[in-house]
Design a binder for this molecule. Structure first.
Ligand SMILES: [Zn+2]
Length: 429
């Protein structure tokens, strides 16, 4: 048990640190041959799994292990990883089918996925364990197994922050992948997180928005106009490329989409870092909107819709939650209904309170504030109420998570456990 108010015992949060490899042409050729062989073997093993209905590791290994090793020249470890990767792909497919992510069982999409073996692209990611890959972090090199033997001194680049994280927390498998003409390793790190601070009474409320991406109850506004402007420019260009519809336009489109996603992710990382640092510095918890079903709830005019969906609120929420968890800052999720129409001063609820996109003016008490700041103060207040109630009640578990479409009930979790539970991979930084 941790001491009261202390940050005693630790748990792990898994996250991924991506490093870029800088192979020599010779090394790159060996990596390519290896990745292609692993994926060809996986596609073959997948056919066997499909035909013999042997989709579990042990069963599939019996049918494929020797052949995978001999036909593709893979070592024992690589062969096992190929088989495990195949089984994992079937497990993921089964879960997706069951969850309805591919439509109803009679739909074309569902049947297309269910009625043929899983195939692997030649450049699909391949897992490496510590016997096949070793890290020389001070030298920024790895030594990695390939079809042409162990390849030593493969250089990589990473920021000082990532290097430190790798040195301290890297554990278990890494994935080798090839994307946009570059080689990467995704290393799994298990970062120890602090026990949530006890004795927290106040919260920092965060309102997530379209114009202002995040506004705190302290009145701090994060990012906004410049980001949206860049996104608009990007969208115009994309529409142009979409119209062209040639193979090269499609390629460029894909590249741009990834680039924009990276940029959005980067901004989300920066915002979440600032938010968590501020809460930690002032000894407060963080109050966030529960964004379950935000797409269904929010109806927007057309030009806004594009910016809205391309901006990933869910991602920002998840980043804040896991960074908070790492720092031992409690996170409470609240029902966001009517936070934009309710007066943070007197509680009066009226649609007309929201006089414009930017401004809030209470019809009852005359209180005037930035609309988003007013919203974030409501979020803060709701979180503090829930937190107090939670501290009084003896029930250890948070109420069940509201289902889709009923996202009205408040749900709370003291440690933010819902968003970044151990075992979930969160992007590293
Ligand atoms: Zn009022």
């Amino acid at each position: 048990m941790p001491e009261r108010g202390g940050r005693g015992s630790v748990r792990g949060v898994k996250l991924v640190v991506q490093v870029k490899l800088l192979p020599t042409p010779l090394q790159a050729a060996a990596l390519e041959a290896t990745l292609h062989a692993c994926n060809a073997a996986a596609t073959w093993a997948s056919q066997v799994a499909f035909e013999k209905n042997a989709r579990r590791n042990f069963a599939l290994r019996e049918h494929t292990y020797t052949q995978v090793k001999e036909r593709w020249g893979l070592g024992a470890q690589a062969a096992q990883h190929v088989i495990k990767k195949t089984c994992d792909a079937y497990a993921a497919l089964a879960a997706n089918l069951k969850a309805g992510n591919l439509g109803k069982p009679w739909s074309k999409r569902y049947r297309k996925a269910a009625e043929k073996p899983v195939a692997f692209r030649p450049e699909s990611a391949q897992p490496y364990d510590d016997r096949m890959l070793s890290w020389q972090i001070p030298d920024r090199t790895v030594s990695i197994w390939t079809l042409s033997g162990r390849m030593k001194n493969v250089a990589f680049t990473a920021s000082p922050e990532h290097l430190a994280r790798l040195a301290l927390y890297r554990r278990g498998e890494s994935d080798l992948l090839f994307r946009d003409g570059m080689w990467f390793l995704n290393a799994t790190c298990e970062v120890r997180e602090a026990e949530p601070a006890t004795g927290v009474e106040e919260f920092l409320g965060i309102d997530l928005g379209i114009v202002n991406i995040a506004t705190t109850s302290d009145g701090q506004i994060m990012a906004g106009r410049a980001v949206n402007r860049g996104r608009l420019r990007e969208r115009t260009l994309r529409t142009k490329l979409q119209r062209k519809n040639t193979p090269s336009a499609k390629r460029r489109l894909k590249k741009r989409r990834r680039k924009e996603a990276r940029r959005a992710k980067d901004i989300n990382h920066k915002i979440s870092k600032r938010v968590v640092a501020e809460a930690e510095r002032t000894g407060r918890g963080i109050a966030l909107e529960d964004l379950t079903g935000i797409r269904e709830r929010v109806r927007l005019r057309k030009p806004q819709r594009a910016t809205h969906s391309s901006w990933s609120f869910a991602q920002l929420g998840a980043f804040i939650a896991y960074k908070a968890r790492r720092a031992g800052v409690p996170v409470v999720f609240v029902d966001p209904a009517y936070t934009s129409r309710t007066c943070a001063e007197c509680g009066h609820l009226d649609r007309a309170n929201r006089v414009s996109q930017a401004w809030f003016a209470c019809r009852s008490c005359g209180f005037v504030d930035h609309a988003d700041r007013n919203g974030s103060r409501n979020i803060r207040r709701r979180a503090e109420e829930l937190w107090r109630r939670g501290a009084q009640s003896t029930a250890p578990d948070p109420p069940p998570r509201p289902g889709r479409g009923t996202g009205r009930k408040p749900s709370t979790t003291a440690s933010g456990a819902r968003c970044a539970s151990p075992g979930t991979s969160a992007p590293g930084r």
